[in-house]
Design a protein around this ligand. Structure first.
Ligand SMILES: NC(=O)c1ccc[n+]([C@@H]2O[C@H](COP(=O)([O-])OP(=O)(O)OC[C@H]3O[C@@H](n4cnc5c(N)ncnc54)[C@H](O)[C@@H]3O)[C@@H](O)[C@H]2O)c1
Length: 358
């Protein structure tokens, strides 16, 4: 196990994408766990999916914030916004979760990925770099102690070897989204080497949970079934996904935030971890459990004709057949690995859905 070297109590933390699914859960948990933490969130409230869900997540943050959280509504692609936040707030820990997410959307909307994931991340790196400038180093401020950023399991692309390990080569992205996430890791490495910014990239595996993202399968399927539409099961159901419950992702991020990496064999303070459930589930089994939990939560009636609402279709461009995380490194370094089983997690999602949509 590694020895943690950042105490988050009393720290100033910047979370980008704070109104997002993972970001809002992270902010809420940080506020609950650390009495004297101060958090600034940045989010451009992108309308890629229902902004109402983002506003609702922000309300939940407000319930626990007691003045320790402020949201800046702006884009990380806007250099002025980022510079202003870094100049005035002087964050000690930065967690970059803002991004244009989604694999399929990147096929028709590449610009959004370049803007948020490339230019936006570059702005964050530049701001971290300049946080060490003499003019900012007053009142004991040492600059950014740790930059943690979201990468993705999609960087494994068309790799055949499973489970996916951080030791594997990741040079075969199959979507622009994946390419931007891999680029983030490369950018971070270069900046860590050049300017000694301690950085850790986290490759998340299919994150799900209450108030999640409507563009993801579990949520989209639910919407369609409720409307009486047919759901499309890709690759005729021959897909496996390492579904990871959002609370596990948040626990993983908070663990990692507290340990800025030591120099690796190349003298660079840089690290990357997988955070995944380490137990992939077949898409058809996943749909089965989802159906049962939707009935149990009262989202769908017990006599719902699921067979009439399913269609098995071929693979979509940009998709991969299997995602499966090797989490050995995370376990060894932090004594932690995701453990929430799919039924428990989907049950919580179904009950949230019932409460939110009635
Ligand atoms: N959810 C998953 O399964 C998953 C898997 C792998 C990686 N990730 C990554 O984790 C991060 C968080 O994902 P999420 O599922 O919470 O997605 P999300 O879309 O719910 O959250 C991202 C947030 O960032 C904001 N945003 C987008 N572009 C921005 C910009 N230019 N400036 C400021 N804010 C911006 C959006 O409004 C959104 O609220 C993303 O980087 C995503 O790529 C997610």
């Amino acid at each position: 196990m590694l020895t943690k070297n950042i105490d988050l109590e009393n720290k100033r933390v910047l979370v980008t994408g704070a109104a997002g699914f993972i970001g809002s859960n992270l902010v809420t948990e940080l506020l609950r766990s650390y009495k004297s933490i101060n958090i600034i969130g940045i989010d451009n409230m992108s309308d890629y999916y229902d902004v109402g869900i983002k506003e609702d997540r922000l309300k939940r943050i407000d319930e626990v914030s007691r003045g320790r959280f402020e949201l800046i509504r702006g884009s990380i692609a806007d250099r002025d916004v980022i510079d202003r936040v870094f100049d005035s707030f002087r964050p000690e820990v930065v967690v970059n979760l803002a991004a244009q997410a989604g694999v399929r959307y990147s096929i028709d909307n590449p610009d959004a990925y370049i803007e948020s994931n490339m230019l936006g991340f570059y702005n964050i790196l530049e701001a971290c770099r300049h946080s060490y400038d003499e003019k900012h180093r007053k009142d004991g401020y040492m600059g950014v102690l740790h930059l943690v950023y979201a990468s993705s399991s999609s960087v494994y692309g068309s790799n055949k070897k499973i489970p996916y390990s951080v030791e594997d080569k990741v040079d075969n992205p199959v979507s622009l989204y994946a390419a931007t996430k891999k680029s983030n890791e490369l950018f971070a490495h270069a900046y860590s080497k050049l300017y000694d910014i301690p950085s850790t990239g986290l490759r998340f595996f299919t994150v799900y949970g209450p108030a999640g993202r409507p563009d993801m399968a579990y949520f989209g399927f639910t919407d369609k079934l409720v409307r009486g539409d047919k759901i499309k099961i890709f690759n005729f159901g021959n897909c496996k996904r390492d579904f990871t419950y959002v609370d596990d992702i948040v626990e993983g991020i908070i663990n990692v935030m507290q340990k800025s990496p030591d120099k690796n064999e190349n003298g660079v303070r840089y690290n990357v971890y997988n955070i995944g459930n380490n137990s992939p589930v077949n898409l058809l089994d996943f749909v089965d459990i989802l159906q049962q939990e939707l009935i149990a939560a009262g989202v769908l009636p017990s006599d719902y004709d699921f067979e009439a609402h399913k269609e098995l279709v071929p693979m979509q461009p940009g998709d991969v057949e299997v995602t499966y995380a090797d989490v050995t490194a995370l376990e060894q370094d932090f004594g932690f690995k995701p453990a929430t089983d799919l039924r428990t997690g989907l049950g919580r999602f179904a009950r949230w859905y019932k409460e939110y949509y009635g």
